[in-house]
Design a protein around this ligand. Structure first.
Ligand code: PLP
Length: 404
């Protein structure tokens, strides 16, 4: 049968201690041993079914990690306390002082800030490149390069990374390709396309209820073992562990992700087409006008659509702010960062999630001040939502219809 991320999760069966249909939540920070020698053994190597201390591993986090590994079709996974913890743990596990990272210049602002401001403090050099330019990627490789880092669909301008081609380059040079798939769970499966490691902020679509911050690293058994190694593992020693109560709730939400993604995508496509019809500059990978529409079509699982993220250009920062305030008052959604909620969320990336990127670099990427990033919600009547948005656009003075 063709690989299907939703079906892979559906096929898993985890039972509770008393036959519960959900696995039991292990609400303990530490675990007892009948024999002292066994404890010593678990310190030295992971033994299936044996737990030592919850920062290392706990059964509840194992269930969620296993389900996410199934979703991304990797051998293993480890959940973390945030998406940033997943990203930074991965990069710090792979790189030491003197190593280099090639990163897309268009990544989530927090990732950009880590690469720009923190990684150099550990002697790690970062080259920011245009991820759509394969020649530039290859030219930036040096003998010290350890990682190529990108987002499948970039935050915020929705550029698409050509994962199969980038993976050919990374494999040729024996470099690890690390991909953040936060915007497109189910839709894109980077490991199937050649990525070595896939990270997510679970805070967004995967959890979907905007009630927790969490992350995951999906990779080979070997890499996940390295991360949780008692003596050398970054996930073990920096300690970004996810709480088991939260882990259990994310697992329950994961079971409806495929349905939610379809609805987010359906609504995203509808709004993107309507904005385009109105003559508003809109970025959405499901539009034929998107420069990499063909590329995403070649990589995606089409049944999940093109996702729920779109970006419009309101022209100026003032327009963007006025529009968002009006949209919030009209109950279209909330003026808030983040994404993947049932309610539409909107923010102005230049002054929020991408504000860490220096102004001149933002300009070079086309990340202008008038952009409004919209995480389209699960609205049942999206046509009604658009009618309300149109009124807000008109009141803000954006693309007023021409009188004939
Ligand atoms: N990756 C992307 C694409 C994001 O948009 C975000 C947050 O907005 C992160 C990673 C960081 O995730 P978290 O806030 O869970 O640490």
């Amino acid at each position: 049968m063709k690989y299907n991320p939703a079906q892979n999760i559906q096929n898993l069966q985890f039972f509770g201690e008393f036959g519960g249909v959900n696995p039991s939540i292990e609400d303990s920070s530490t675990y007892t041993f009948l024999k002292a020698e066994k404890m010593e053994e678990v310190f030295e190597k992971e033994i299936e079914g044996c737990y030592l201390y919850s920062r290392h591993w706990n059964p509840t986090n194992r269930y969620l990690s296993e389900a996410l590994a199934k979703m991304e079709n990797t051998e293993s996974a480890v959940v973390t306390a945030s998406g940033m913890a997943a990203i930074t743990s991965t990069l710090l596990q792979l790189c030491s002082a003197g190593d280099e990272i090639i990163s897309s210049r268009m990544v989530y602002g927090g990732t950009y800030a880590f690469l720009k401001n923190i990684a150099p403090r550990f002697g790690i050099r970062v080259h920011f490149i245009d991820i759509t330019n394969l020649e530039q990627i290859e030219k930036s490789i040096t003998p010290a390069t350890k990682v190529i880092y990108c987002e499948t669909v970039s935050n915020p301008l929705l550029e698409i990374a050509d994962i199969p081609s980038i993976s050919q380059i990374s494999k040729k040079h024996k470099i690890k390709l690390v991909v953040d798939n936060t915007f497109t769970p189910m839709i894109l499966s980077p490991a199937n396309l050649g990525a070595d490691i896939v990270v997510h902020s679970l805070t967004k679509y995967i959890n979907g209820t905007s009630d927790t911050v969490a992350g995951v690293i999906c990779a080979s058994h070997e890499f996940i073992h390295q991360l949780s190694d008692v003596h050398h593992g970054i996930a073990m020693l920096l300690g970004p562990v996810m709480d088991s109560l939260r882990s259990a709730s994310v697992l329950k939400n994961l079971h409806s992700l495929h349905i939610r993604m379809k609805q987010h995508s359906k609504n995203g496509q509808y709004l993107a087409e309507k904005f385009e019809e109105e003559g508003i500059e809109v970025h959405y990978p499901g539009l034929v006008s998107h420069p990499q529409h063909d590329l995403i079509q070649r990589m995606m699982s089409p049944e999940f659509g093109y996702g729920g993220m779109l970006v419009i250009n309101a022209g100026t920062k003032r327009n963007a702010y006025t529009l968002m305030e009006k949209m919030q008052r009209a109950n279209i959604g909330y003026l808030a960062v983040s994404l993947g909620f049932y309610k539409t969320l909107f923010s102005s990336p230049g002054s929020s999630t991408s504000s860490e990127i220096p102004e001149e670099e933002r300009e070079a990427m086309g990340l202008s001040e008038g952009l409004v990033r919209i995480s389209v919600g699960l609205d049942e009547c999206i046509d009604e939502t658009f009618r309300k948005i149109k009124t807000c656009l008109k009141e803000t003075g954006i693309n007023q219809p021409q009188v004939c």
